[in-house]
Design a protein around this ligand. Sequence first.
Ligand code: 5AD
Ligand code: SF4
Length: 457
Amino acid sequence: MSAGKKRVFIKTYGCQMNVYDSGRMTDALAPSGYVPVADAESADLILLNTCHIREKAAEKVYSELGRLRALKEAGAAEGREVLVGVAGCVAQAEGEEIARRSKVVDLVVGPQSYQRLPEMIARAGKGRAVIGTDFATADKFAALAKPSAPPREARYAAFLTVQEGCDKFCTFCVVPYTRGAEVSRAAPAILDEARRLASEGVREVTLLGQNVNAWTGEGPGGRPWGLGHLLHALAGIPGIDRLRYTTSHPRDMDDALIAAHRDLDALMPYLHLPVQSGSDRILAAMNRRHTRADYLRLVERIRAARPDIAFSGDFITGFPGESDADFADTLAIVEEVGYASSFTFKYSPRPGTPAAAMDQVAEEVKSERLQRLQAAIERHQRAFNAARVGTVAEVLFERRGRHPGQIAGRAPWLQPVQVQGDESLIGSIARVTISRLDANSLHGELAGRDLPVEMIA
Ligand code: 5AD
Ligand code: SF4
């Protein structure tokens, strides 16, 4: 390693937004001479990119900091300074407290302040921790360094953050407090980044945002744009063959976005549309601002636009006041929608959120409901995957498979797919006849001629 180069190790917890942000932090640090490394032991700067969404977030950070103390001391013994920073949502919510309690921490940086990292690091390591948790008034998107090439594992399918923050204030959720108000990145910057990704060989782009479908912007001539318009523009970029977006709030699925599911082949037939609960009483207490019937109607409209679409959801069990009847409504909505996959969570009171002060459900009840819900969801997931057997799916091959001679990629509905095939197909989209499934993956054979779809067309 050349003189002057320093090594940064970033440990990422939580959502894809954090994965993306860790990449942007790496980029922001590059001009200061930092190169990313894959292990904490050799790093000069260790950043924990934390998540606050559920339980024990701060405890996890403290125990990780305990481990890092040893590395810091070992570095000091060799005359090497090791800086430790806490980033992400725990930093935003509890960073100052963490810095007070842990002597290991040299800096605390919230998600709105990553553009300040170089300047903060220059001041760090001089005793007191440097804190950056203001909600910057300047546009974080504009201020951050331009992303570098996508990481190797994201060569063909990349994430692109287009929106951040949330104004919905669901009563269980910390995001509006840790990530702040909804902010959209400007359309030209998004399109530029997508073009650059395409020029580097990326074929699939997943737009990220805490409330991605609340994205707003301007098209040519200052015309107001929503996510549907943006998707149209992105689908027009040569090389971008697949688009996805996550996570969406049911209230922000507008007509233009639903029409995009009808009109854009590139928009994959898979939508993550959390409902959280199937009970109107609980939906109201959660401040979701829609009913069970609203949600089911929406699902129907999206299915009418794109009949092969599959849904995934997020669910919470044991929200304060949830009765057996409320939970039965949640199980029923799972049956009605028939989700292809879902994420399930036990309700976890987050300090400072309204639901934390409501009447809590006993822990055993939350756990028992979680298990029943997971069983129902797994049954649907297996049925959905089993229904793929014997059909042909287009797969974007992204990497070598588990065994020699295998390549692996993803189906339109995000399942991993393994086939026997030549490595030269990695990076292309090919038709695969699905032949069987195992616990997590679909298996199949390249359909017809051993050629990427774009060459058959
Ligand atoms: N407890 C449990 N689950 C939560 N989620 C958000 N906040 C909480 C909480 N306090 C879940 C929601 C959300 C997903 C990202 O995390 O289901 O959609
Ligand atoms: Fe949290 Fe609700 Fe906003 Fe999603 S929509 S980030 S659950 S407050």
